[in-house]
Design a protein around this ligand. Structure first.
Ligand code: P53
Length: 474
């Protein structure tokens, strides 16, 4: 009983939230570099405020982030000390193709990740690589309008050819697009989409979605051709929806909210556009730019496993009186009166993780992988820089128990679990440093001050013991 012997315990990061070195070794500028911390961030990541270059009135935290670009050896050594079996990270597209549409890759960028993967392997850690974690080279944004253009499919295909060949034997687990459904909710961050005045936003988003889905299928195809050992997953911003009451209208609203998310995964995992979505698009006058051969590609190259992030469940209500929105919840929904919230208002629901695992397993019948989960909290180090983060330990322990129930009691097939932000990093939603998820504290604040020194938190030793006991000792 318990977790499988080869269960992949580990942690997760994304290039733009930890690497920094935004203009070193030939790296090109990307959309994610241009999301400032503070009040304008939401408008920028939504594609409503044009931010195609840096200005003096904003602070851009991704530029330097936690400087992992230069410190990855130290950081990976710490992950290894915790006993990580896997480390989820993302490739910065613009390190490999600085503009995105070149034919020849940038060797310095390729070499960087090769060294990093070798460093992981040195400790027996399996890299789990997100090909795009919200990033898109700015040149592709400016010249082609990012994923609204079909040409992006070809540029992404080139990227895949290059990385699958170069990292053959070093990387086996791949994710095509991080939280692909975020495209609908934060389109500039999710897919580089900035909207011109008068544009039909829904049309642009679903058109971009088709291109990403196609690119994902092509990536899966190439990955399998280059190395049959490769395993490719899709990645959903997960968290099942609940009905606020048993009123059928509320139940229906929650089902519809689930489907809006499943839309992408339905295509990536089942290989077909679901009828409910096609009908909805027809009603809204949205046209998918489907060309000959597209549907066959989607059908033939479905993913090997389904991965997702889980922070909270969501609640839908149709009662106009129940309108207090759950804060920080990109996907909308109202507050669940039965749950506690984090300092950022994200509601804490461990059982919701078991529910989400079951929903996804019932729907797709493919192995699952939880690739993000964790608590963003304010940490206060003592005079030695030590953080006693019992709140984080409690959050993670409860969620691990729930996932264990899903495995042991419900029989869900689960490949692994990587906690989000295993080392403190820049928040995607807010751009803050003080929203911390890590087992390792990084001395840096929201304005970019600090020594960047790494210090183990209390949760560091705790997670080490969780991994050593294969999830028994919580
Ligand atoms: P932060 C919400 C908003 C933005 C990105 O989020 C999100 C979510 C959660 O659904 O997705 C993931 O940093 C994302 C990570 C991100 C993490 O959630 O806003 O894949 O890049 O850091 C946590 O607290």
């Amino acid at each position: 009983m318990g977790f499988r012997k080869d269960f992949l315990w580990g942690g997760a990061t994304a290039a733009n939230q930890c690497e920094g070195a935004y203009n070193e070794d030939g790296r090109g500028l990307a959309n994610v570099d241009l999301a400032p911390v503070g009040k304008d961030r939401a408008a920028v990541i939504n594609g409503d405020m044009k931010m195609f270059d840096f200005d003096d009135n904003h602070f851009y935290p991704a530029r330097d982030a936690i400087d992992m670009y230069h410190r990855y050896k130290e950081d990976i050594a710490l992950f290894a000390e915790m006993g990580f079996k896997t480390y989820r990270l993302s490739i910065a597209w613009s390190r490999i193709f600085p503009k995105g549409d070149e034919t020849e890759p940038n060797e310095a960028g390729l070499k960087y990740y090769e060294d990093l993967f070798k460093e992981c392997k040195k400790y027996g850690m399996e890299p789990l690589v997100t090909i795009t974690h919200f990033d898109c080279p700015m040149h592709l944004v400016e010249k082609y309008g990012a994923w609204r253009s079909r040409e992006l499919v070809g540029f992404y295909e080139n990227l895949c050819h290059v990385i699958f060949n170069r990292y053959k034997g070093l990387v086996k687990y791949w994710l095509t697009f991080n939280e692909i459904n975020v495209l609908l909710h934060a389109p500039f961050m999710g897919a580089g989409l900035y909207f011109e005045e008068g544009e039909d936003k829904d049309q642009v988003k679903y058109q971009a979605a088709h291109h990403e889905l196609l690119a994902s299928a092509i990536a899966t195809k190439i990955a399998h051709e280059v190395d049959p050992e490769n395993k490719v997953g899709c990645m959903l911003a997960g968290g099942s929806n609940y009905a606020y009451t048993p009123k059928p209208e509320d139940v229906w609203a929650s089902r519809k909210a689930d489907r809006e998310n499943y839309f992408f995964i339905d295509v990536q995992s089942r290989g077909e556009y679901p009828t409910y979505a096609l009908k909805e698009m027809e009603r809204k006058g949205i046209e998918l730019p489907i060309q000959e051969g597209d549907l066959e590609l989607l059908k033939e190259h479905t993913v090997d496993f389904v991965s997702f992030s889980y922070y909270a469940s969501r609640v839908q209500s149709t009662d106009p009186e129940i309108n207090e929105k759950a804060p920080g919840n990109l996907m909308g929904g109202v507050i669940n009166p039965y749950l506690e919230s984090s300092e950022w208002g994200w509601q804490i629901d461990p059982l919701g993780l078991r529910i989400t695992l079951n929903d996804l397993y019932d729907r797709y019948q493919k192995p699952l992988f939880i690739v993000e989960n964790g608590l963003g909290a304010i940490d206060t180090p003592d005079e030695n820089g030590y953080v006693e983060d019992d709140y984080r330990i409690e959050y993670l322990a409860e969620h691990i128990k729930a996932m264990k129930d899903a495995v042991e009691i419900d029989g869900v097939e689960l490949l692994g679990y990587t906690t989000w932000g295993c080392i403190d990093l820049v928040s995607a939603g807010t751009g803050e440093m003080k929203k911390r998820y890590g087992f390792i504290y990084v001395d840096r604040d929201n304005d970019g001050n600090g020594t960047l020194k790494r210090t183990k938190k209390k949760s560091f030793d705790w997670y080490k013991q969780v991994i050593a006991s294969n999830g028994e000792d919580l």
